[in-house]
Design a binder for this molecule. Structure first.
Ligand code: 5GP
Length: 183
């Protein structure tokens, strides 16, 4: 990989999806990697949110070495395909913490941004709003505690997502500095 790898991580309901969308819409030199998952598509979720596959298909791609990183998260597999070279463009990976650690280990030059929700209440509200089951919401909130402690230790930048525009601007500044440091 010659381009910069930007990892965006954070617990469910932190709003990292919205942040990443806004980031790649504003900076055409960034491209968002599309992950594979064995999770079923949520109602109303776009068909291209992921490459939705069954476990056997996912596992055969693992065996071929086709993932930069992959993990099991709440019973489903998620993975980022090995990124294609995309001259002049930098890849953004929106992934959970185990995956972020794998990428950092393989590519120490990758930068990791950890997105934290403004509060547990707001995070819960976002998870409920997107239609997660109550059981899932409880599970994700529990996981968030552990992820936040670990994530903020490992991240190069921690962004609190209370105001989207400000959060995006902070990440943009950080990416700009990382690009400048590589030149
Ligand atoms: P969700 O099921 O809510 O779409 O995603 C669950 C978690 O998996 C989120 O934290 C999301 O960022 C993460 N995730 C999505 N794609 C990948 C991936 O390719 N690799 C890893 N490690 N995590 C992913």
């Amino acid at each position: 990989m010659t381009g910069l790898i930007v990892i965006v991580s954070g617990p469910g309901g932190a709003g990292k999806g919205t942040l990443v969308e806004s980031l790649v819409a504003r900076d055409r030199t960034l491209w968002l990697s599309r992950s594979w998952t064995t999770r079923a598509r949520r109602e109303g979720e776009p068909e291209d949110a992921y490459v939705f596959v069954d476990r056997a298909t996912f596992e055969s791609r693992v065996a071929e070495g086709g993932f930069l990183e992959w993990t099991e998260f709440l019973g489903n597999l998620y993975g980022s395909p090995v990124p294609q070279e995309n001259p002049g463009r930098d890849v953004v990976l929106e992934i959970e913490l185990n995956g972020a650690e794998q990428v950092k280990a393989r590519h120490p030059g990758a930068i990791m941004v950890f997105v934290a929700p403004p509060s547990r209440e707001e995070q819960q509200r976002r998870l409920v709003a997107r239609g997660d089951s109550e059981e899932h919401v409880v599970e994700r909130l529990r996981k968030a505690e552990e992820e936040e402690a670990r994530g903020s230790r490992q991240a190069d930048l921690v962004v609190v997502n209370d105001d989207l525009d400000r959060a995006v601007a902070e990440v943009e500044l950080f990416i700009g500095a990382a690009r400048a440091a590589r030149r």
